[in-house]
Unconditional design. Structure first.
Length: 283
């Protein structure tokens, strides 16, 4: 959980900015952002959503003042436009957004693989941010890496940081080339952790545990260890060493997992493969 002072500062940053926040695409990640903004105290009438198939929750927010599928209006200044559609439909969606982008609009894309160059070709002269969140954003515990273009002002960056921080931690980079390994590590990373829980449960069954108990033990162990890692000031290597008694059961298991750099080598290869695929998808 983020410190309360951080949440208050992000809420202040959102409240201090006039105009409307426009979300394009209210799927899982878009909806997570929307929920985060509302949790920070942003009023529904400060928000607009473009979504051809809105959920019941989004439709309910429209009854409270949220602007659903609004037409572009000269008197409706969009301070931030957040693009959360699938990257495959981006070429069709981007031209429709041009009328919503004004001189003061900060455009944020969370579309995987879509580069600043791609965004700039569709929205020339716009202040742009390419961002990569991950799925723990749905519970406010995500991490997002963001890279701006040269037209992003300090005030716009503060606003974008507040918007993205609504679902977790934000890290800024200046070199867009890093977004491919970022995608491989944190963007795809939750799947690696879920696979760890899955394989631990199967191994528990192989060792003789009932499947239901093995699933509970693996799931709770991974979740609890992640929370300890989140809360502890110690690095992951030290936490591992602290639970490993010389000659004990944990050491016996780690001897297998770390033999010949086994787990390290496998993870290095996996992240390299994901980064290569990210570069391929970006063209």
């Amino acid at each position: 959980m983020r410190p309360q002072s951080d949440s208050l500062s992000q809420a202040d940053a959102l409240r201090d900015v006039g105009g409307t926040i426009l979300l394009v695409g209210a799927g899982k990640m878009g909806s997570a952002l929307l929920e985060g903004w509302l949790a920070l105290g942003l009023a529904p009438d400060r928000l607009a959503v473009i979504e051809p198939h809105p959920s019941s929750d989004v439709s309910a927010l429209a009854e409270r003042g949220l602007h659903l599928n609004p037409p572009p209006r000269p008197d409706h200044e969009i301070m931030a436009l957040v693009i959360a559609v699938k990257p495959q439909i981006a070429p069709q969606v981007m031209p429709t957004l041009v009328p919503f982008v004004g001189a003061a609009t900060a455009v944020v894309s969370i579309m995987a693989g879509r580069t600043l160059h791609f965004l700039d070709a569709a929205l020339p002269h716009a202040a742009l941010v390419r961002a990569m969140p991950n799925t723990p954003a749905s519970i406010g515990r995500g991490i997002t890496v963001a890279v701006p273009n040269a037209r992003m002002s300090a005030a716009q960056r503060t606003l974008v940081n507040a918007l993205l921080s609504a679902v977790g931690r934000v890290e800024w980079i200046e070199d867009e080339a890093l977004m491919d390994p970022v995608t491989a590590l944190s963007g795809s990373g939750p799947a690696y952790v879920f696979l760890l829980a899955e394989t631990m449960a199967r191994a528990g069954c192989a060792a003789g545990l009932p499947s239901a108990l093995a699933e509970v033990l693996a799931r709770t162990t991974v979740a609890g260890s992640g929370e300890l890692l989140h809360c502890s000031p110690l690095d992951s290597a030290t936490l591992r060493q602290n639970v490993t008694s010389p000659g004990g059961t944990t050491a016996a298991a780690l001897d297998v997992l770390m033999a010949g750099n086994g787990m390290q080598e496998l993870m290095t290869e996996a992240i390299a493969a994901a980064a290569r695929r990210s570069r391929e998808l970006a063209g």
